[in-house]
Design a protein around this ligand. Structure first.
Ligand code: F6P
Length: 344
């Protein structure tokens, strides 16, 4: 079926929407985009609360126009989110698929990260049509250049680091800021570049602590700096270890800030509202057109969709070019800077 046929007759008449895994700002925009697209196309929309656990337990609400009114600008997820140990078993998946059949749910929009997509793939094997929407502050999903929530989380962290920089400057201190990102350093890189950090530590780039951290801080101090900022991705090394080692090696008064779950909250920024709304609408269009086992994604500024198995097989590249350029600009390394010009 093609999208123009959908207006005449949708392939699905009742769908469910759920959010699963860690929440991210913009989830509500995606819920609203999907719910309103469904309403537009004459598809009944059910909100499944508490992720896959709620699907098994039948924790449902009606997601009509009034239920999603005014949620685009709200952080968190109105549908709650959870991790279900039962759903991670074959019996749990079968039970969830049985609930869909029993309730006449002919398609599911699942909003979350790759764990959420793996669950969706399992369900699709029981003939439940599914479409995934990538949503995590980590931006670590291989199939898409952007995940909903990343921009807001970056801005939240940048705002915090800017504030820390003020007081670090007054007291001539070193600030170590641990940011989230799971096993990836995308969030740390963007935050570090945006705040002009002294050093960024990410799991993707190996470092020798003495040479790449302590010596660089000493060099920066000799060059006249009196305050320093180290952004460390949680996947690279615990922030407290970084702070302890810097204090011990340099004697500089060092303070640790772990931004933690603050990065996951707050009103979504424009990009997350817009991408969330667009992906929500696109997910429903795919189900209405008879597609299943797809993930809505972005390639640059364009929206695409791809098979969920392919989506799960892809890994996200780290932006090494950006990382090198950042170091070159921070430490006025002309050779590296010229090299990155050549390669770009
Ligand atoms: O995946 C999103 C994320 O916020 C990671 O950055 C972090 O490691 C993890 O979730 C924290 O999960 P929890 O909500 O279980 O503390």
């Amino acid at each position: 079926m093609t999208i123009d046929k959908v207006v005449e007759s949708s392939a699905v008449h009742r769908i469910g929407i759920l959010t699963s895994g860690g929440d991210a700002p913009g989830m509500n925009a995606a819920i609203r985009g999907a719910a309103r697209a469904a309403e537009c196309l004459g598809i009944e929309c059910i909100g499944i609360r508490h992720g896959y656990a709620g699907l098994i337990n039948g924790d449902f609400i009606k997601l009509d126009q009034s239920a999603v009114k005014g949620i685009t600008g709200r952080g968190g997820t109105m549908l709650f989110t959870a991790r279900s140990s039962k759903f991670s078993t074959p019996e749990g998946v079968e039970e969830a698929a049985g609930v869909c059949k029993h309730m006449g749910i002919e398609g599911l929009v699942v909003i979350g990260g790759d764990g959420t997509f793996r669950g969706a793939l399992d369900l699709s094997k029981h003939d439940v049509p599914v479409v995934g929407i990538p949503c995590t502050i980590d931006n670590d999903i291989g199939c898409t250049s952007y995940t909903i929530g990343f921009d807001t989380a970056c801005n939240t962290a940048v705002d915090a680091v800017d504030r820390l920089n003020d007081t670090m400057q007054s007291h001539e201190r070193c600030s170590v800021v641990e940011v989230m990102g799971r096993k990836a350093g995308h969030l740390a890189l963007s935050v570090g570049v945006a705040t002009g950090a002294t050093i960024i530590l990410v799991p993707e780039v190996k470092y020798d602590f003495e040479k790449d951290v302590n010596e660089r801080i000493r060099a920066a101090r000799l060059a006249g700096r009196n305050n320093f900022t180290v952004i460390v991705a949680e996947g690279a090394e615990p922030g407290y270890e970084v702070a302890d080692k810097i204090l011990e090696a340099t004697g500089i008064d060092t303070r640790l800030t772990m931004l933690g779950h603050i990065q996951r909250g707050g009103s979504p920024h424009v990009r997350d509202r817009v991408v969330g709304t667009s992906m929500g609408y696109r997910a429903v269009s795919l189900l209405a057109s008879g597609f299943s086992s797809r993930v809505v994604a972005m390639r640059g500024d364009k929206f695409i969709d791809l098979d969920i198995r392919e989506a799960l097989s892809l890994t996200k590249d780290f932006d090494y070019e950006m990382y090198k350029t950042f170091s070159a600009l921070t430490f006025l390394d002309k050779t590296t800077l010229l090299q990155t010009f050549k390669n770009s």
